[in-house]
Design a protein around this ligand. Structure first.
Ligand code: MN
Length: 176
């Protein structure tokens, strides 16, 4: 659990974002996708692991079309409480702008849950999402030879939920 960087970047007197997490008993690990209108509009993709939300910023948003390879930049771990955060981060603060929940639900790794951190260290995590907008199998794959620091790809994997047509998360209404 490492929220040091998260806390260092924020002044909790100024921002309504949650400060710490209070993990409680749940059915399974959660995921959340937040639409974040900051200096640049983007989506934040977060998976619960190791008591925090492992987080990636996805400029184009996730896709349900397996042909899309969406850049996902690994950012600092966020507290579990962040999964329910929506609102305004005041100007002058880190990530200033509007956060809206675009999708949330539970997720399930293809391997044993205890091996998730190892999978992330190795740079390949295959998993399923259980929700209306994002459903079925996905993979996160680290770009090892890339100019983008902490660059990963978020890719929909073939399954009955995939779509063949162009998928633009910005045009998909939040099912939240
Ligand atoms: Mn963000």
């Amino acid at each position: 659990m490492s929220l040091t960087e998260y806390k260092k970047k924020r002044d909790f007197e100024q921002t309504p974002e949650p400060q710490s997490s209070h993990p409680d008993e749940k059915a399974g690990p959660i995921f959340v996708v937040q639409r974040h209108q900051a200096s640049k509009l983007h989506f934040d993709f977060r998976l619960e692991a190791d008591g925090v939300l492992k987080s990636w910023a996805v400029p184009k948003g996730p896709s349900m079309n397996p042909a899309d390879k969406r850049l996902a930049v690994l950012v600092e771990d966020h507290p579990l409480d962040y999964a329910t955060f929506e609102g305004e981060i005041p100007e002058g603060n880190y990530g200033a702008g509007t956060v809206e929940i675009w999708d949330s639900g539970t997720w399930e790794p293809d391997q044993e849950y205890k091996d998730v951190l190892t999978a992330l260290e190795k740079g390949l995590l295959e998993f399923s999402l259980h929700r209306k907008s994002l459903q079925g199998k996905f993979a996160l794959i680290r770009l090892n030879q890339s100019n983008v620091k902490d660059g990963w790809l978020l890719i929909k994997q073939h399954d009955p939920y995939e779509v063949k047509e162009k998928y633009d998360a910005y045009q998909v209404k939040s099912k939240h």
